[in-house]
Design a protein around this ligand. Structure first.
Ligand code: HXC
Length: 269
């Protein structure tokens, strides 16, 4: 199928300086989609802190992101399941930059497991990373995001819109993330804060694709591609750039699905 809508870099659409003097705090920014989201925000003039558990990977990513964009990227080791570690990561970020304007809640865990085979700890682990991790990050960053009248983007998914087999833990966690964002938007709107969710569909080359797409044990979940291509991490990054930008100043409490209409097109099951 021909591609009418090829992926582009946000710098071909938005001015390069729109995030000058802004600071991004991104959990899960050491790899995958969140790393590409961080790169895009850096390319528009911001500095960033990327947070994750794997220190080596974080350091390497921070160096590469800084070199590629010319802006500062600080690696900060923390497990989002631990509120103290998240608070310490925020302190380190504030010590370095003095402010936080944008937050990406991106740290996530995933694996395929049926309800009948999933252990209580397996369910709890993903809830703790995705849902509690998002909550901890919001709590720790909120005073600074209030001060800057900034904006949150939480990375969710589309799989909880339907019953997606072998994804009960992730579905429950992402539904919680969506709900948390909506409450944050209405409670903190009066303080000048916006909060939105990005829900990526199938994004090529990601751990999500590797973990879910090629290994559907039921054979039921097919991915439909109305636009003729899979998503690219830059498609998700472009959505984040838009949502953080002033062009989205009246957009809050929303879920922006980035899936090329895949959820709307279902084949025979
Ligand atoms: C069944 C599993 C399992 C599996 C782990 N568990 N993997 N159960 N099948 N494949 C269980 C373990 O047995 C254990 O329970 C519990 O989960 C905790 O596992 P640990 O390995 O001790 O936890 P930890 O080392 O913290 O690892 C967390 C993780 C891991 C979530 C399990 O996969 C991880 O860190 N992933 C991070 C990276 C990631 O997943 N990124 C992809 C996100 S993609 P017991 O009972 O044995 O103690 C994404 C996209 C979604 O979110 C949408 C796509 C379209």
């Amino acid at each position: 199928m021909s591609q009418f809508h090829p992926v582009v870099d946000s710098t071909t659409v938005f001015r390069r300086d729109i995030f000058k003097n802004k600071v991004l705090f991104c959990t899960g920014g050491g790899s995958g989609i969140c790393r590409v989201m961080t790169e895009a925000v850096l390319r528009h003039g911001a500095n960033a802190a990327i947070v994750g558990r794997n220190e080596e990977r974080l350091k390497r990513a921070a160096q590469e992101l800084s070199a590629a964009t010319g802006n500062a990227c600080l690696p900060v080791k923390a497990d989002v399941r631990d509120p103290i570690q998240v608070q310490d990561a925020v302190k380190i970020t504030i010590k370095r930059y003095g402010r936080i304007d944008f937050v990406i809640n991106g740290a996530a865990g995933n694996f395929l497991a049926p309800i009948s085979g999933l252990s209580e700890n397996g369910f709890r682990t993903v809830i703790e990373i995705d849902a509690l991790g998002t909550y901890h990050t919001i709590k720790a960053t909120l005073p600074y995001v209030r001060a800057s009248k900034g904006s949150y983007v939480h990375v969710s998914a589309t799989l909880h819109y339907r019953g997606t087999p072998y994804q009960v833990h992730v579905s429950a966690a992402k539904a919680a993330v969506d709900a948390t964002s909506a409450v944050l938007a209405v409670e903190e709107g009066p303080h000048g804060i916006r909060s939105n969710v990005i829900a990526p569909g199938l994004i090529a080359g990601t751990e999500g694709e590797e973990r879910l797409s090629s290994k559907d044990p039921t054979g039921q979940k097919n991915w439909y591609l109305p636009t003729g291509r899979k998503g690219d991490s830059r498609d998700v990054a472009n959505a984040a750039v838009f949502l953080f930008s002033d062009a989205a100043s009246y957009i809050s409490g929303q879920v922006l699905v980035v899936d090329g209409a895949s959820e709307h097109l279902r084949g025979p099951m």
